[in-house]
Design a binder for this molecule. Structure first.
Ligand SMILES: *Cc1c(COP(=O)(O)O)cnc(C)c1O
Length: 380
């Protein structure tokens, strides 16, 4: 293939949009009713459809994923320390810190970059109240093992499920695990409601608490029973969610074809390490396509490969670098944490562009650029 700089940039993702007409049709009723937010009809319809989608009775919609996570932490009344992963989007760590909790960072596994369940128990202290794990890139954590640990030590278990919308594990929705799972519907995620998020959980008592917290703690016009916040999803978001839900299966199929191309072309390149997600995944969502660049056999570092791709107008992302615990705002507080695999991975990981409307030819081109830059590849 002739490798030439692309005339327009390719980013790591591109927001999924439904047809213009379907969105216009969906929001028409907002003009009929003048009901823009606060549990409107579209909110209700979206919530019902998600209950079907997850096959779960309890789904609470929120304005975004971060506040959904914040609400879950508040509603479970966590205290003290929470064992979590540093290999995630900063939202996960910020949500704990903003709630006066102390994150205790656990290392990750080299196979799928999720929290290393075998290292969790050693971090439990009398102060520990919960485990907050992340199904990173769409790869589920060892959910049953984490449930066993949480039960044994009487800890709450929250999953940051921002990346796993649509993923099934052991034949059922990944939302079946833990006390509560947070899904993000941000524009950059595999499924979006512009911005948005949802909590999925089994305990019916949580529903009332969450509904209170997300609406200022207002029980009724004269009774304010919690110090709540405003995290409500509005009708325009719900309308986008409803439209995008219709196209979701197609989005996943398109992504799976692109992932196949990446996989076939990258798997034999020396120094390009592909993730090995759990074999208990019964449905994947291809939310991200991460590769790990092992410079000792690839020949150049992740950072150099990143620049080489950028020279072609292709913008991969260094997700997740830096580790959240190493972010400036935490002032080196966690510098001493033993996070060998997480630190190794954060230095070498690169997520490649993947989204339903991405031209397969571009994927082939990206693979060719990666192949051409490999020292061993060049000798061939
Ligand atoms: C996107 C994301 C969030 C936050 O979700 P928003 O909807 O953007 O607020 C939290 N955790 C992870 C891992 C994410 O990727």
């Amino acid at each position: 293939m002739n490798l030439e700089k692309l005339s327009s940039p390719i980013l790591v993702t591109r927001a999924v949009l439904p047809s213009y007409q379907s969105y216009i049709d969906k929001i028409k009723q907002i003009w009929d009713t003048h009901w823009l937010t606060n549990q409107g009809a579209l909110h209700q319809e979206f919530q019902n459809q998600l209950k079907n989608f997850f096959d779960f009775e309890h789904v609470t919609l929120c304005v975004n994923g971060h506040l959904a996570l914040d609400l879950a932490i508040k509603a479970l009344r966590l205290q003290g320390e929470v064992i979590t992963t540093p290999f995630t989007f900063v939202s996960t760590t910020h949500a704990l810190t903003m709630n006066n909790l102390r994150p205790v960072f656990c290392d990750i596994k080299p196979t799928d970059y999720t929290i290393d369940e075998d290292k969790v128990e050693a971090l439990i202290t009398p102060e520990t109240s919960a485990i907050l794990a992340v199904h990173v890139y769409g790869f589920p954590c060892a959910a049953e093992k984490l449930e066993r640990i949480a039960r044994k030590h009487n800890l709450k278990l929250i999953f940051d499920a921002a990346h796993v919308f649509g993923v099934e594990y052991n034949g059922r929705s990944i939302a079946n695990y833990g006390d509560v799972s947070m899904f993000s519907f941000h524009a950059t995620k595999v499924f979006n409601s512009i911005e948005g998020g949802a909590l999925v959980y089994g305990n019916p008592e949580l529903e009332k608490t969450l509904d209170l917290f997300k609406n200022f703690g207002i029980a009724n016009a004269e009774q304010i029973t919690e110090i709540g916040l405003n995290a409500k999803m509005n009708e325009f978001q719900a309308a986008m969610g409803l439209c995008n839900l219709e196209g979701f299966e197609k989005e996943i199929i398109n992504r799976s074809h692109l992932a196949d191309i990446y996989y076939d072309r990258l798997k034999q390149i020396p120094g390009i390490v592909l993730p090995k997600p759990s074999d208990k995944i019964t449905k994947a969502n291809f939310a991200y396509f991460p590769i790990l660049v092992d410079e000792s056999s690839y020949g150049i570092t992740r950072d150099v490969l990143f620049e080489k791709l950028a020279n072609y107008n292709i913008y991969a992302r260094k997700y997740f670098y830096p580790l959240t615990c190493d972010c400036e705002c935490y002032n080196g507080l966690y510098a001493g944490a033993e996070l060998e695999t997480a630190r190794y991975t954060a230095q070498r990981i690169l997520t490649l562009p993947i989204y339903g409307t991405l031209d397969p030819e571009i994927v082939i081109m990206i693979c060719d650029i990666i192949q051409t830059n490999c020292i061993l590849g060049r000798k061939m």
